[in-house]
Design a protein around this ligand. Structure first.
Ligand code: GDP
Length: 290
């Protein structure tokens, strides 16, 4: 289940609405306080939480419920809409030929997600292949090669060649006949100048349609700094949040998404290639709110 703990707390908060005799300012304030606590515990940015609480309170007291909706349903709808404001509507992923560049720090789940993504498009009937341009992490080449063979998607890599830009050029040529070309780039342990420089050089030769930033759900408030750095260097068009199946709080990653306005494209919910979903905001929030 995605972000189970946050879901439980939010559901608990909304239950108070159902249990309340009538919906007055005191009840709304209490519910908002519970929602605040739940979001802060899940590591959502304080400013976002405060803004959202304020809007829920104002709207719940000022707006009349639409015809046919009782005051309880109305408040729940407002909470839903305000969560949607933070999380965003999700990226528009088209099923057409395209080049996708993966960026993110080491360990975020970038290589795994590159293979999962190829699998996703392949299942939709598109011919997909990956380019192993992560020349920094030992093992990334073999990991991607093995995964690609297992999933029966295209693969290009040059074991031992440290030049990621060269590999990208060769790889895109080798995968010319593929509809979907996914370039896995190197992460680093931190945001270093040479990482950013390499991103930009790969970006210049790959001319990708999409730049997906891979974020580990457990990253916390550092997510924001990373998102800004990658966004400034190559322009993020979508975010993949991984490890949402774990105990991670996920709110830091969600806050970064809200700040950079880069929509969430996919979520990783486990280690196997099938544990990957196109992000649907409606479904995600419905799951959170139970
Ligand atoms: P990279 O350094 O960013 O390329 O990271 P990897 O793709 O090697 O992933 C790092 C670890 O995270 C691996 O053990 C993956 O199996 C694991 N991983 C990736 N995505 C997910 C996910 O959605 N859920 C879980 N539980 N583990 C994941």
């Amino acid at each position: 289940m995605v972000m189970e703990k946050l879901g439980d707390s939010l559901q608990g908060a909304l239950k108070k609405l159902i249990g309340a005799g009538r919906i007055d300012e005191r009840t709304v304030n209490e519910v908002v306080k519970d929602i605040q606590r739940a979001l802060l515990q899940a590591d959502v940015n304080v400013k976002l939480v405060m803004g959202m609480s304020q809007r829920i309170k104002e709207r719940a007291m000022k707006e009349d419920p639409p015809a046919g909706m009782n005051p309880r349903e109305h408040v729940i709808r407002i909470v839903y809409q305000e969560l949607m404001e933070i999380i965003g509507k999700g990226a528009d992923i088209q099923l057409k030929p395209q080049t996708i560049m993966m960026v993110g720090l080491q360990g975020s789940g970038k290589t795994t997600s590159a293979a999962k993504l190829a699998r996703y498009f392949q299942r939709k009937g598109l011919k997909a292949g990956v380019v192993a341009a992560d020349t920094f992490r030992p093992g990334a080449y073999h990991q991607l090669k093995t995964l690609s063979e297992k999933l029966n998607v295209g693969f290009y890599g040059e074991e031992g060649n440290p030049d990621a830009v060269e590999i990208t050029i060769h790889g895109l040529k080798a995968l010319e006949k593929y509809d979907i070309k996914i370039v896995d780039t190197a992460g680093r342990h931190a945001l270093e100048a040479d990482l950013i420089e390499e991103m930009e050089r790969i970006h210049a030769v790959a001319k990708p349609d999409h730049k997906f930033m891979v974020l580990d759900a457990g990253i916390g408030q550092q997510a924001s700094q990373q998102a800004h750095a990658f966004n400034d260097s190559v322009g993020i068009t979508g975010v993949i949040i991984t490890k949402l199946d774990g105990t991670a709080k996920g709110g830091g990653a969600l806050s970064a998404v809200s700040e950079t306005k880069a929509p969430i494209a996919f979520i990783g919910v486990g280690e196997t290639p099938e544990d990957f979903e196109k992000f649907e905001a409606d479904r995600f929030i419905s799951r959170l709110l139970g």
